[in-house]
Design a protein around this ligand. Structure first.
Ligand code: URP
Ligand code: ZN
Ligand code: ZN
Length: 467
């Protein structure tokens, strides 16, 4: 099967020239300047010609931080791998990297096996896993080598959530030491969970139980402190570190300071920290629970710094931390006690459109949009150049994007298995027109044409961002 995508602007981290893309079976076969003799010669031999005139053609989005079907906060995130990856496809994302959780007292491998089984045969798009280290034992440290050889090359640790996923500085140091030897990337949830728990206990004792107190008990300074500590632990062990879901100015300041010293420190932020704010957690009634995630949404003033960080590459990736819980029955578990609200927001479907608003408003360039949503995650997590770029030999994960279409984000029209949208009623410019996953069209004019099980597990290499 030969598909020719004709006449679009091929957006990459380098530019957006008019380019025709020839796809053969699952791969990109060749590129040629639109209107060139070579490109025109492909028409006759193609089984299908897709007209992309006036459209952007880009590598499919890579969401490097999702939690499908994840038991958390006394319930389970509401998207399965089937519903979540289908929703991702609608939003122009063609690959997710989810998290396989090591249970306390169990092996990393059994966590990976469990998550492999959840995803197997159900995904619309390709997928891979990071491992969550929640029990840093001698055995688990040894297993890190095995997982790296199996294509799980990144490990998340938590400085938050004491009693759940929390790791001590000792644990973190040991895991980083291991990573510096085997080339893995340590991903850090950086908030000072011990201090936060004390602040939370005082708030509850004062009767402060509404959703907004989730944010007020997790000050940005304690994110900044934890980021700084993670960076220094990484420095001592000579390991790179990747800060997940960075939300605030103090946290970014710590990253900038380390990068300016030349340390291999990387960070991601998420759309919710760029578009939503602490005020959303203070909505009337219990509505604020819809916006409870960790780290919490910050006062609006932090947003400008995050956009600047995206421009300067101090923030290299935008992922979603997609971890949806329905308002009814799930978020409602926290009525009368904000600590019982399951933490997490839906977002896998809206990431590409939301970050494109940064292009529309002039916060980032068109190329930077593709870089932070696709190319950089591919490089960071050992997927490049198979993913994250439209180039001969790469997987034909391709999005055709209409840069001028208008749409309104709503739970009534989204495809995530969750009963609300954090961006309800928001008008946005730009819309996904078509999505190809390994050469197969899986979204066409707003209709899903893929199938559960088309998505395959991808073994990842080591991070190439350090090269
Ligand atoms: O609120 C969040 N972020 N939920 C998912 C778990 C995590 O910490 O990433
Ligand atoms: Zn986290
Ligand atoms: Zn997460």
């Amino acid at each position: 099967m030969r598909t020719l995508i004709r006449g679009g602007l091929l957006v990459s981290a380098e530019g957006a020239p008019p380019t025709d893309v020839l796809v053969e079976e699952e791969r990109v076969a060749a590129l040629a300047a639109s209107g060139s003799q070579l490109a025109d010669s492909w028409v006759a031999g193609s089984d299908r010609v897709v007209d992309a005139t006036a459209m952007y053609v880009l590598p499919g989005g890579i969401d490097a931080h999702t939690h499908m079907d994840m038991p958390f906060g006394g319930t389970t995130s509401s998207d399965t791998f089937e519903t979540g990856t289908r929703a991702a496809a609608f939003g122009g994302t063609t690959m997710i990297v989810d998290f396989a959780i090591q249970k306390k007292g169990e092996s990393l491998q059994s966590g990976l096996d469990e998550w492999m089984a959840k995803a197997d045969g159900t995904c619309a798009i390709d997928y891979s896993f990071h491992a969550i280290l929640s029990d840093v034992s001698e055995t688990a440290l040894k297993e890190m080598d095995v997982l790296v050889s199996e294509g799980v090359t990144s490990f998340k640790l938590f400085m938050a959530y004491p009693g759940v996923f929390y790791s001590t500085d000792r644990d973190i140091l040991q895991a980083m030491d291991k990573a510096s030897g085997n080339g893995a990337l340590v991903m850090m949830h950086a908030e000072n969970g011990i201090a936060i728990d004390a602040i939370v206990a005082s708030a509850l004792a004062r009767g402060e139980t509404d959703p907004v107190f989730h944010g007020r008990t997790r000050p940005a300074e304690l994110e900044g402190e934890a980021v700084h500590r993670a960076i220094r632990l990484a420095q001592v062990t000579r390991a790179p570190v990747y800060i997940v879901h960075l939300s605030s100015t103090p946290a970014l300041d710590a990253v900038v300071e380390a990068r300016d010293r030349g340390q291999n420190v990387f960070a991601e932020t998420c759309p919710q920290y760029l578009f939503l704010s602490e005020e959303d957690m203070d909505r009337p009634g219990f509505e604020g629970a819809k916006f409870v995630c960790t780290p919490p949404l910050r006062p609006r003033e932090h947003q400008a710094a995050l956009w600047r960080g995206l421009r300067t590459d101090d923030l290299s990736v935008v992922a979603t931390d997609h971890c949806p819980f329905c308002y009814k029955e799930q978020k409602e578990l926290g009525i009368g006690d904000f600590t019982k609200i399951p933490n997490g927001l839906p977002g896998v479907e809206t990431r590409m459109d939301l970050i494109y608003q940064g292009v529309v408003s002039g916060e980032i360039s068109l190329s930077r949009w593709v870089e932070v949503t696709s190319t950089n995650p591919a490089k960071m997590f050992g997927l490049y150049p198979r993913k994250g770029v439209v180039t001969p030999g790469a997987d034909a994960d391709i999005v055709i994007y209409d840069p001028t279409a208008r749409q309104t984000i709503s739970a009534a029209t989204h495809h995530m298995a969750v009963d609300y949208s954090c961006y309800e009623g928001m008008d946005v410019t730009g819309r996904v027109e078509a999505v190809f996953s390994r050469g197969r069209q899986i979204v066409e004019n707003g209709t899903y044409t893929g199938e559960a099980g088309h998505g395959s597990y991808v073994r990842r290499g080591l991070s190439r961002h350090l090269a």
